[in-house]
Design a protein around this ligand. Structure first.
Ligand code: HEM
Length: 519
């Protein structure tokens, strides 16, 4: 064939490809079965806007704006709908096989390079959840794990006192909560002391975990365009890939070490013990054990850091709330030892409301997670949705909708209290204004806030999360007065929403001046 012929052929191929892309985009925007759903035409015509926002860590913010503009259901990609109504939680995530709701979308399920509970298909998920010990994640178990949380909280508080209170220097609480939650996760999973709090170092593990989540976002995108999957693997910055691989290799080494070690009888109830106890003889493979240890280290540390940092940030920004919570904690007990999980749960309704309000404004899993409709046609929150559509409740958007909450962007724990409860707390802490703040929120749709998701694939670690969240925050305000610092040398983000979110939030430094409590 002549050169002219070749050129003409390649031109024709380019024109054909362009026609295909444009034709497909037009079909998606105007003729697709989801065409009648509200949303921007650009997002409906191609997944590119979704993908670029996810890669930039801005997807949660864009989705919130889209819901503000278009309402409770928005078409956010050619084949995906995002919901912000409460009923969608039940319709998407519950019912069906094992009450697991619709199956996870492949893009989310396979965003890792290992198969854990999180990534398993529904059948394997049931097998793994049974094998890995529901008991290990029960409330009773979490109460036993409290001693580990208390031990590391004591260490964190003593380090903060030595390094910052005595030296009058502000502490970056993002780092310290990361140290704490990582130490707790490693101990609960592997009986390993990572020593982050002790050595006061930003352990390379933590950076590796953050890298891991960034890469997962990239991999997630690549799953939407199957041929690009291997290409993206090749294009991903070598340093990111290397860090992620190093992280997984190091965890594997730690697991190997743990399996060759016999634990003392009074400290032998970590996850590996629970998994090995029933698991291996009933068919749990070594790869599955490793994958789930990695999952626990990832899922248990970053989510908790988000919650603790979110609460600290919103408390520092809202002096009245901080004053009320401090008053409740300090009036309820006469010594720090009394601040146990059980006591805080029963006796500190204001603190518990602060934690719920934090989860509303800073949901650790900001976007989704998405599922795929696998029935010919189904109703989700009253909307008929065709088979094959990806669907999810977008937590960040749902939790900040005016249709769900009065003053949705304000941090107001009072919205979680009944008028009666608020009156009693007000009396206890001598603050009669507290009860007046409650009535305006009676119409709030509190049940839309589901940080742990619902149904058979919900968060298995929620009991431990509540132990950690309550104990750490109560003991922080028992010990210290706190105030945010914003100086060139000690930066702090201004607004929680400025931060990026990939699979999880990428948190920025937040410097707090801690002083010994004055009353
Ligand atoms: C505030 C803290 C936490 C939040 C908001 C949270 C949230 C979530 C969410 C939303 C899921 C479901 C994701 C999906 O459906 O795709 C999940 C799953 C999971 N979480 Fe958590 N999590 C938290 C803390 C923890 C902790 C402390 C642990 C470990 C002890 C943990 C372990 C897991 C595991 C193993 C799964 C997978 C469960 C399964 O698929 O069966 N999480 N978490």
């Amino acid at each position: 064939m002549s050169i002219l012929g070749l050129v003409t052929l390649s031109q024709a191929a380019v024109v054909a490809a362009l026609c295909f892309v444009v034709g497909r985009a037009l079909y998606n925007a105007f003729f697709h079965p989801l065409a009648a759903f509200p949303g921007p035409r650009l997002w409906a015509s191609s997944r590119l806007p979704y993908a670029t926002n996810l890669i930039r860590g801005r997807l949660h913010q864009r989705l919130k704006l889209l819901h503000d503009q278009y309402g409770p259901v928005v078409r956010i990609a050619p084949d995906e709908l995002s919901f912000t109504v409460d009923a969608a939680w039940h319709d998407i995530y519950c019912g069906g096989y094992g009450n697991k709701g619709f199956p996870k979308h492949n893009a989310y399920r396979n965003a890792q390079t290992f198969v854990s509970l999180f990534d398993a298909d529904d059948e394997n998920h049931t097998r793994l959840r049974n094998l890995l010990g529901k008991e290990f994640f029960s409330l009773n178990s979490a109460r036993r794990q409290e001693r580990i949380v208390q031990e590391y909280t004591t260490l964190m508080i003593s380090q903060l006192r030595k390094q910052y209170v005595e030296n009058k220097r502000p502490a970056d609480m993002r780092e310290w909560y990361n140290f704490l939650t990582f130490d707790v996760a490693a101990r609960v999973t592997l009986s390993e002391d990572f020593g982050c709090l002790e050595k006061r170092t930003y352990h390379p593990w933590i950076e590796m975990v953050l890298t891991h989540f960034k890469l997962s976002a990239l991999l997630m995108i690549s799953r939407f365009y199957p041929p690009s999957s291997s290409l993206l693997f090749t294009l991903a910055p070598a340093k990111l890939m290397e860090m992620r691989d190093t992280f997984i290799r190091l965890v594997r080494e730690k697991i190997e070490r743990r399996m060759n070690r016999t634990l003392p009888p009074d400290d032998n109830d970590d996850f590996v013990t629970a998994a090995l106890g029933k698991g291996i003889e009933k068919g749990l493979t070594r790869d599955e054990l490793e994958a789930n240890c990695i999952l626990l280290l990832l899922a248990g540390s970053e989510t908790m850091t988000t919650s603790l940092l979110g609460a600290t940030h919103y408390l520092c920004e809202n002096p009245t709330v901080l004053r009320r919570m401090v008053a409740e904690v300090r009036a309820a007990v006469s010594s720090e030892e009394q601040l146990t999980f059980g006591f805080i749960t029963e006796n500190m309704p204001y603190l518990n409301a602060v934690l719920k309000e934090t989860q509303r404004l800073c949901p650790p899993v900001a976007n989704g997670p998405a599922r795929v409709v696998n029935r010919p046609s189904t109703l989700i929150a009253g909307f008929p949705v065709p088979e094959g559509t990806a669907v999810g409740v977008t937590q960040f958007a749902a939790n900040r909708q005016t249709s769900n909450f009065t003053r949705p962007n304000d941090f107001v724990p009072e919205r979680w209290l009944s008028v009666e409860q608020a009156g009693q707390i007000g009396e206890r802490i001598g603050d009669s204004a507290l009860a007046q703040d409650v009535e305006q929120f009676v119409g709030d749709v509190r049940s839309v806030v589901r940080p742990f998701v619902v149904g058979g694939r919900d968060c298995i670690g929620q009991n431990l999360s509540w132990v950690e969240f309550r104990v750490v925050l109560a003991r922080m305000v028992w010990n210290f007065d706190m105030e945010v610092v914003r100086e060139d040398k000690f930066p702090s983000f201004n607004q929680w929403t400025e931060q990026k979110a990939f699979e999880l939030w990428q948190k920025e430094p937040y410097h707090v001046r801690l002083t010994e409590r004055t009353h």
